[in-house]
Design a protein around this ligand. Structure first.
Ligand code: HEM
Length: 424
């Protein structure tokens, strides 16, 4: 692959250009599915674009580890991150340490702190609250009275934020601050959202300063919950005992921050991207309206279609033979989930949006030991919301230019103008 193509594969702007990035992925799946990629501004890595290879690497998390390099960052961003960690005066050896950054045995111990809550009764307890927030979103849509409005800003970005904040116990008056922090944090490669291109060291420094603001907020929250435990996720984290001991400040604040960020932008992207798919495929909208039982399948297809998480990285701990290629110890491996989700070896007619697709073994939530911790909550949010939407919205219509966030980590929408009329 030429440097130009390698640069395209990591470019936040290209990831926001769906036809272009998917043409590139399709070409790689066909001609070079395990591809040594050497972009100008980034350290090299193997780009994995096929479903089967991404599953294999994800499953082998003893060989392919997370702690060394989790996401694509420019060399300047990596240097700025190191400098920012240095500024903590030796308090932390890095700025951010979430479950996603850990390998076993730490990963198992820290994931265990919240896994039960996320996979079971914790999430179920929120069903009524999520349903109420979905109805509130629909009430808000009603206020536009059939006139055009920006669905991304007015609805899709707010609903998941409110859910995750109410689950974490962040009061509503602090939610705008959280929205700004998460958007600037994940939008740091997007000029409109972060102020400059985000690719040089200074922007990367700002990016890490934002973490400081997150951390102050969440450290105070943890102290509060330790003093006065409540029946909420913030308390589960604050009082979590990995290895039967207390959790460190860095890990506690990182835990809150990853849930606040990972739990918001991803679901917002699917809420908006799912509606866009229905706008572009009116036959699927009609099918869904005439049979709301299809909602669950529609949500899975929206997850496959939108694939908001563009990649995660692993590093090989030892030499590993993947297909015909030897991945050497120390090499980085990028898992491009949107590409896996268009692989025709797994999905018939992968570029067709089909709410009845079955089976639908998409990798939008990743796979293996690090598979998304919040997937039950995300599914609950998306199905609850879509059920309310299908029940209350009569007709949907595009109303202007769609703008996507430029990001190579979590994609999403800056603007999605629509006209919606409600049945009641
Ligand atoms: C549509 C919504 C979502 C999508 C598409 C999504 C996608 C992903 C992906 C691809 C990963 C990496 C998996 C891997 O490495 O194999 C991940 C990890 C994670 N997600 Fe999600 N996610 C979503 C919603 C959420 C929500 C709502 C939360 C929390 C409230 C959440 C919390 C996490 C956490 C904590 C991890 C790290 C897990 C680990 O490393 O053990 N996500 N997610």
């Amino acid at each position: 692959m030429s440097t130009e193509l390698a640069d395209a594969l990591v470019s936040p702007a290209v990831h926001a250009d769906e036809p272009r990035i998917h043409a590139l992925f399709s070409e790689l799946r066909r001609t070079s599915p395990i591809h040594w990629t050497q972009p100008t501004d980034y350290r090299p890595f193997w780009a994995l674009t096929r479903h089967a290879d991404i599953m294999e690497v994800s499953r082998k998390n003893d060989v392919f580890i997370n702690s060394r390099r989790l996401n694509l960052m420019t060399r300047a961003q990596e240097a700025a991150a190191k400098r920012a960690a240095g500024k903590s005066g030796g308090k932390y050896d890095r700025m951010y340490r979430t479950v996603a950054h850990m390998d076993n045995p730490d990963h198992r111990e820290y994931r265990r702190v919240t896994a039960e809550w996320f996979m079971g009764p914790g999430v179920r307890k929120f069903e009524a609250a999520v349903a109420a927030l979905a109805e509130e979103s629909l009430d808000h849509i009603a206020t536009f009275g059939g006139e055009s409005f920006d669905y991304a800003r007015e609805v899709a970005n707010l609903f998941p934020l409110r859910v995750i904040m109410s689950i974490l116990g962040v009061p509503r008056e602090d939610q705008p601050l959280m929205l700004r922090l998460t958007q600037e944090f994940f939008g740091a490669d997007d000029t409109d959202l972060s102020g400059d291109g985000g690719r040089d060291g200074s922007a990367a420094g700002q990016h890490f300063d934002l973490l400081g603001q997150f951390f102050d907020y969440f450290t105070a929250m943890a102290e509060d919950r330790r003093k006065q435990p409540r029946d909420d996720l913030a308390t589960v984290i604050a009082c979590g005992r990995p290895y039967d001991g207390p959790m460190g400040d860095l890990e506690t604040a990182s835990y809150y921050a990853v849930i606040a960020t990972a739990g918001h932008d991803t679901t917002a992207a699917v809420t908006a991207g799912g509606l866009l798919a229905l706008l572009e495929n009116p036959d699927q909208w009609r099918k869904l309206r005439s049979d709301p039982e299809k909602t669950k399948g529609a949500v899975e297809e929206m997850l496959r279609w939108v694939s908001p998480v563009k990649h995660f990285l692993r590093t090989a701990r030892e030499d590993y033979r993947l297909g015909d290629t030897t991945i050497a110890a120390g090499d980085g491996v990028a898992l491009f989930y949107p590409s896996a989700n268009r692989d025709d070896a797994v999905f018939a007619d992968p570029f067709r949006f089909d709410i009845e697709r079955a089976p639908n073994k998409h990798l939008a939530f990743g796979f293996g030991g690090h598979m998304c911790l919040g997937l039950s909550l995300a599914r609950l949010e998306l199905t609850t919301f879509l059920r309310a939407f299908v029940r209350r919205v009569d007709s949907i219509e595009p109303a202007g230019d769609v703008q996507r966030i430029h990001a190579n980590l979590v994609g999403g929408f800056k603007a999605l103008p629509v006209r919606l009329s409600l049945a009641h």
